[in-house]
Design a binder for this molecule. Structure first.
Ligand SMILES: NC(=O)C1=CN([C@@H]2O[C@H](COP(=O)(O)OP(=O)(O)OC[C@H]3O[C@@H](n4cnc5c(N)ncnc54)[C@H](OP(=O)(O)O)[C@@H]3O)[C@@H](O)[C@H]2O)C=CC1
Ligand SMILES: Nc1nc2c(ncn2[C@@H]2O[C@H](COP(=O)(O)O)[C@@H](O)[C@H]2O)c(=O)[nH]1
Ligand SMILES: [K+]
Length: 489
């Protein structure tokens, strides 16, 4: 990468733009956006290890589209093991259905319908047999009496699919896309946007119309047994070796050792406890070449970069410590690349352009928290405000809310002591974008933005994107000029 003119100050994403250059790439779909950092991610997007961001649904959904979810360090080990085995039992192509039984009520359907962006909930006899009975449309339950039973509203689906009609995950991508594009046409013509997938009379999945399209475009992120992959985080305290080994034993594919100040002795000690593990080890957070080199020396494969850019983060206001994120990524990526290691750019991403900039600056992947918390798939409950807008609550991992939950078992004194060092906000409303309510909608926007950005630079891989990128520094009005104008001036 290069700058048009060498900057004299540290910069963040909004401070820069990318200059287009001559391109031989004929289509935005012809570029490869898989991450080359040993994680097997097919798109360079990671869901952050934050309690309000990544749970089982987020990790599953993002892996099906080629990204990676990191389960937070606050989940007990047995819970991580159960979530991991659940994710690994999900189908890499069929979407996971929301289901109720005929005895359930409208209330149950309404509660479930906020969990995924599906237009219907399947009805099965019972969770063991999973014998398929019909569907309840979300539009049918809206406005219905909350205690009406599912059996009264249930209807036959317009279309069902046999599991053997759909391609297997081992089917080559081009062949898979052919089958799925035909299926898309069939569903579109029949005006069907939701089809249960059956094996005999057993419900094994669903395909939504947008899911069919996505499965033809995105390859899932899988382990060596073709099961969806997942990462998990640990902190630097306690029995790091024991915890890390237990996570890997339970099937976690990538380990993230995470603390606010990654360039500290406790982190180096923690890394010495986990470098024998046969999964990629990510460590952070740091913002300097020195920090990057020390963590690589201690055994990390991937360095997580970012102090203070996070939307829930008050570190810079509390301590003045951190560094504008683009410069942090540039410096750490250069250091890591010189050692054959990689960096993840963590925090501060609000638009697809920020992802493109981090990748152009040399990151192998980009970690996103708050933006993803305002989606159907994040773990929080959907709340409706007084004006009828839907939102979810988000909070920082160093906020009093997270710290008081994390230190539940400590003595009152220890809890009070730890509560003093609050570096995050406890309550933030993340509104659901009505046009892009699902994390998959956000992934569509991010990946199409990145693909397009790469072709403007004439790059067919992320490696070439980093090599060819030309950055310019812009004024605040330069940034403003790039924004769309929603009404006349
Ligand atoms: N990327 C970022 O900018 C930041 C991210 N976070 C996130 O918050 C979560 C909690 O992290 P964390 O607060 O590190 O908690 P951890 O539970 O991981 O513990 C951090 C340990 O490091 C010690 N420590 C020494 N110096 C510092 C320091 N400057 N800041 C924090 N701990 C320090 C602490 O000791 P003692 O308590 O005795 O001081 C404690 O033992 C993580 O998910 C982290 O990623 C938090 C802040 C910034
Ligand atoms: N200083 C703090 N940083 C935090 C806290 N919780 C999370 N984080 C960091 O933010 C990123 C995600 O950034 P976002 O802009 O996408 O939300 C996350 O991965 C952490 O590194 C916190 O309480 N304080
Ligand atoms: K911030």
């Amino acid at each position: 990468m290069q700058f048009l003119t060498q900057p004299r100050t540290d910069l963040t994403y909004s401070d820069v733009f990318l200059v287009p250059s001559r391109s031989e790439i004929t289509s935005r779909t012809a570029v490869d956006i898989s991450a080359q950092d040993g994680t097997g991610s097919q798109i360079p997007v990671v869901a952050a290890n934050m309690n309000a961001v990544t749970g089982r649904r987020m990790a599953e959904t993002i892996a099906r589209r080629g990204g990676l979810g990191v389960l937070p360090q606050d989940l007990p080990l047995d819970e991580v093991a159960s979530v991991t085995s659940w994710i690994k039992s999900r189908h890499p192509i069929f979407e996971t259905p929301l289901w109720v039984t005929p005895q359930d009520r409208v209330l149950d359907v309404l509660h479930l319908s906020a969990k995924r962006n599906h237009p219907a909930v399947a009805v099965i006899d019972d969770p063991e047999s999973r014998t398929f009975r019909g569907v309840v449309l979300v539009t049918d339950v809206e406005g219905a009496d909350h205690f009406t039973s599912v059996s009264e509203l249930m209807r036959a689906p317009v279309m069902t699919l046999g599991a053997d009609e759909l391609p297997a995950v081992s089917t080559p991508m081009a062949e898979r896309a052919d089958v799925l594009s035909e299926l898309y046409q069939r569903m579109h013509q029949a005006q069907v946007d939701y089809a249960p997938v059956l094996d005999g009379d057993r419900l094994v999945g669903v395909m939504t119309l947008s899911g069919v399209l996505r499965s033809s475009l995105y390859a899932p992120g899988v382990d060596d047994q073709q099961r969806l992959h997942v990462a998990a985080a640990i902190g630097v305290n306690g029995d790091v070796k024991g915890k890390a080994e237990a996570l890997v034993e339970s099937g976690v594919d990538c380990l993230v050792v995470d603390t606010a100040h990654g360039h500290q002795q406790k982190m180096l000690d923690a890394l010495s406890q986990v470098s024998h593990l046969k999964v990629p080890v990510v460590a952070g957070n740091v913002v300097t070449a020195d920090g990057t080199n020390d963590l690589i020396d201690a055994g990390a494969d991937i360095i997580k970069v970012g102090v203070g850019p996070g939307a829930m983060c008050t570190t810079r206001m509390m301590t003045a410590v951190g560094r504008p994120q683009l410069s942090a990524v540039l410096e750490c990526a250069a250091a890591a690349r010189a050692r054959g290691a990689s960096v993840w750019a963590d925090g501060g991403v609000k638009h697809p352009r920020d992802v493109a900039l981090a990748l152009a600056a040399g990151a192998s992947q980009v970690m996103i928290g708050s933006w993803f918390s305002g989606t159907y798939e994040s773990p929080g409950d959907m709340v409706v405000d007084s004006s009828g807008r839907k939102y979810k609550e988000n909070f920082g991992m160093a906020s009093s809310r997270a710290v008081s939950a994390r230190t539940r078992e400590d003595s009152a004194y220890e809890r009070a002591r730890k509560a003093l060092f609050e570096e995050g906000i406890s309550g933030s409303k993340m509104y659901i974008d009505p046009d892009h309510p699902s994390v998959e909608d956000l992934l569509d926007r991010i990946t199409s933005g990145v693909r397009s950005s790469m072709t403007y630079a004439g790059a067919s891989t992320l490696e070439e994107f980093h090599e060819r990128a030309v950055f310019g520094v812009q004024s605040a009005s330069g940034y403003e000029e790039g924004r769309a104008v929603a009404q006349s001036w």
